[in-house]
Design a protein around this ligand. Structure first.
Ligand code: SF4
Ligand code: SF4
Length: 351
């Protein structure tokens, strides 16, 4: 069934006159271009009936390796509800007053129709190379097949270039959500999914589930682990909490501690004096467990650049002796990162 509840009001979907797309190319701050019938055409919205820019399917917010995990059923891609379907225009629409610029909707669009323009996000309308066709069984099937064909094309899905200013704005917007809001945890869940993983966030209000989330990679070799999300100042608590999570998964959920690629997601890297990285180092030295730490900003950078990440190799392990993920993040982006040293504690602790 289409995910749009008012789909009866929808009359059309958009299709290329020929679906013979050979390549897709997206540059920062522009919609993608499609190589189609020997020319480049600008991507526009396809008026999908199951708009991925707006909704996940249940299999994405659930985790196959943890079938008993009590997970949050929120299927919304946008953590702040800023993207909605406009039934008059038959297109999704972004409310840029509430949009925080995380780029999740853009990362999900199979044709690269969503992009950042200046300070806000835009959705490119169906291009003149498209034709609107009525929704019926045959057209819908052809439309879905076209999207499946697009999924097979390997393309650089880079849609948002970082600057200190963009990150400052996003961090400012996020800091308005306090510890009781589920926005930060939903945001992290959705970013991990955008990195080609399944991720299940614990159900809101469930006081019996210890960990914030569990994930497993869709890439080969498969990787799985627990996630602690700490956007406040209490990162020391996160290093202790994740040990509990690993123990619970090992003893009760059949995930061996050595196979658990555990992840702490923080807003900003704590500095050396706060003790977090010393505890992470101690855990590795005494128990042989490499707990990885990644910031919200680093997750955003990876998603905005369509990076492939596999946490299996523990490449985001940092401790007291090495406090930077700049090198590994640049390696994954295959370029230098345009953020000042220590900026918001995204790639290394703030100065
Ligand atoms: S923006 Fe992309 S995912 Fe969303 S409806 Fe349009 S084509 Fe589909
Ligand atoms: S960029 Fe993020 S906050 Fe803005 S509409 Fe898209 S998903 Fe929502």
């Amino acid at each position: 069934m289409p995910l749009l509840t008012k789909s009866q009001k929808r009359t059309t979907i958009s299709a290329l006159r020929s679906s013979d797309v050979r390549a897709v190319d997206q540059k920062y701050n522009e919609p993608a271009r499609l190589w189609c019938n020997e020319e480049w055409v600008t991507a526009g919205c396809l008026r999908c009936t199951d708009p991925r820019c707006m909704k996940f399917i249940d299999a994405e917010i659930n985790c196959r390796h943890s079938p008993d995990f009590s997970y949050e059923r929120d299927l919304n891609v946008c953590p702040v509800g800023a993207i909605k379907w406009n039934f008059d225009k038959e297109l999704p629409e972004i409310d840029n007053h509430s949009c925080i610029g995380c780029g999740l909707c853009a990362a999900r669009c199979p044709i690269g129709a969503i992009y950042r323009s200046g300070n806000h996000m835009e959705i490119a309308e169906p291009s003149s190379d498209y034709t609107d066709i009525p929704i019926n069984h045959v057209n819908l099937e052809a439309h879905k097949m076209f999207i499946r064909e697009l999924d097979k094309i390997h393309w650089n899905h880079q849609f948002q270039k970082e600057t200190d200013g963009i990150m400052e704005r996003i961090y400012q917007d996020i800091s308005q959500f306090d510890g009781r809001s589920m926005v930060p945890n939903i945001l992290v869940r959705n970013l991990i999914i955008a990195l080609n993983h399944e991720c299940a966030k614990s159900r809101t209000g469930d006081v019996y589930t210890r960990m914030d989330a569990v994930y497993s990679s869709n890439l080969k070799p498969t990787c799985k682990g627990v996630v602690e999300i700490e956007f406040g100042r209490d990162t020391l608590e996160a290093s202790r909490g994740i040990l509990d999570d690993i123990a619970v998964m090992h003893s009760r959920n059949n995930l061996d501690k050595n196979d658990n690629a555990a992840l702490v997601v923080c807003l900003s890297f704590p500095n050396k004096r706060q003790g977090y990285f010393q505890v992470i180092k101690d855990i590795n030295r005494v128990l042989g467990l490499k707990i990885q730490t990644i910031s919200l900003g680093a997750l955003l950078l990876l998603v905005w650049n369509g990076a492939q990440v596999n946490f299996l190799s523990r490449e985001f392990y940092v401790d007291f002796d090495n406090l930077s993920i700049r090198g590994i993040t640049e390696f994954r982006l295959n370029r230098r990162i345009n953020l000042s040293d220590g900026k918001l504690g995204i790639l290394e602790p703030e100065k």
